[in-house]
Design a protein around this ligand. Sequence first.
Ligand code: ATP
Ligand code: MG
Length: 603
Amino acid sequence: MSSARLAAARPPALLRMSTLFLRTLRDDPAEAEVASHRLLVRAGYIRRAAPGIYTWLPLGLRVLAKVEAVVREEMEAIGGQEVHFPALLPREPYEVSGRWTEYGPNLFRLQDRKKADYLLAPTHEEMFTLLVKDLFSSYKDLPLTLFQVQTKYRDEARPRAGLIRGREFVMKDSYSFDVDDAGLEASYAKHRAAYRRIFDRFGFEYVIVSAHAGAMGGSRSEEFLAKSPIGEDTYVECRACGYAANVEAARTPVPEPVPYDDAPAAHVEDTPGTPTIDSLVAHLERTLPRDDRPWGAADTLKNVLFRLTHPDGTTEGVAIGVPGDREVDAKRMEAAFYPAELVPFGEEDFAAAPALVKGYIGPGALGEERSSGIRYLVDPRVVEGSRWVTGADEPGRHVVDLVAGRDFTADGTIEVAEVRAGDPCPNGDGVLETARGIEMGHVFQLGRKFAEALDLKVLDVNGKAVTVTMGSYGVGVTRAVAAIAEANHDEKGLAWPAHVAPAHVHLVATGKDAEVFDAAEALALQLQAAGAEVLYDDRPKVSPGVKFKDAELLGVPLVVVVGRGLADGLVEVRSRAGDDAVQVPVDEVLEHVLARVEAAVAG
Ligand code: ATP
Ligand code: MG
């Protein structure tokens, strides 16, 4: 994408609609599910080349270059130095880190003519680690932050929503290198602040959430999510304390252990015709009513089985125990077991595990030490002393008053139960709200994982070799173009913020009069000369209606119309967003427009 950078650095050329490589479309592309995708294609910014792979047309490339420029400026402001790696990389470093296997089918793999394995990089931790190892060797060389704005490849299972989830996309990735934990903490804080500035400048609402750290094996990690109903990520937020987390990483407050000295012994009950939690609760209410309160679904322990397939092809069964009023959340499962893929237990899996009685599976059969040998992980609410109604491992029977820690012990706990609005905040008294977002950026304290795997060490003050500690930080650059479009459009088209718009001014000449076109042309050239970027609709035989529709679709923030009013010495100026048209005397229009452009670009 270095060409985009050069394009941005050149003095602006007047964009003439009569010759511009642009066709706006009346109809939505068939496969477009979200507004940004629909509008970016209809307005002629991008074209699909293959599923999840897009071509950038002139106007789109200008927006992309401006978005990249924002990212570059903020990375340079924290001392980041830009490099550029190839996208085509050899297998070896990814083999050493384990990711050649771990990435599984998400990796684009290929071979050269000598049958050596290559990949198209999905992210570059390995290469940055090796580059620094190649050239630096002392604590005096650190701290160091390197970044690139580069094309990434991931064979996503579900490319969707145009630029939002592509299989080829541009990412800004940066990496920090420090000699100790305090250094990493400082580098991370700097990046976090830079990301706040970047996303403030992009002009969409966003939230910073704790993220799941598991995938890259590091410790602290946060995501920047653009708030959007079409986002694939769900996050929780507590108004009272400000806690915010991706649901993948949301913590469940762990209840205190419950005393159980007086608890009755567990007893098995016939529960015919109770295949569902609701029918079981109704049955308990009829046959074994409680003194204190009615039975609820949360009194039951539901055990759900999955088959995991690890990247190396081995498989494993795992049972998850959650309170019966909650489902197991698929995204939380995926995150918790990454990089394994998982599917619910099927008929064959049950056939291979005769100890499990479908519909009546209980802790009695589950666990590495027990008859099924299946790893059993339970929700954190299953604390010592908590009492449950759960399957008795016999058809039509359940066990009541089964006490955790007395009657059964799981192999561990796991955070995969669904998180709901109204759930308690893990930090205190507040309650959680839920909303959706698009992951725009990710900051990650990697620690020493990659440095250890690839042996990146430097000599410290005492001349002792120490392993470097790293951070990795990503911004989805092409995804940002889509997220900005998502946040800035209406039913008629796009409505770009001035500093990322393909031009500052959309100048429309209407009618047939040569005078009109001459005046518009003169104004266009004057604006350009003063530094404003102008998209000039100079098409001679296109109706005003079509021109105005295109202006609305293309979304340049300021629209200037030279037309009928010129006879009275007036030019119309209006913003794309509002119905704020003003008539400006022709000899004042240059100054008027420049002032508005300057104000808009300054934000
Ligand atoms: P996701 O959870 O959306 O798949 P990720 O966690 O795999 O993303 P990272 O590896 O953290 O993504 O990549 C850094 C940034 O790159 C993300 O925050 C996102 O903005 C962007 N990104 C990741 N995958 C894609 C994609 N398929 N298309 C466009 N942008 C992407
Ligand atoms: Mg991420």
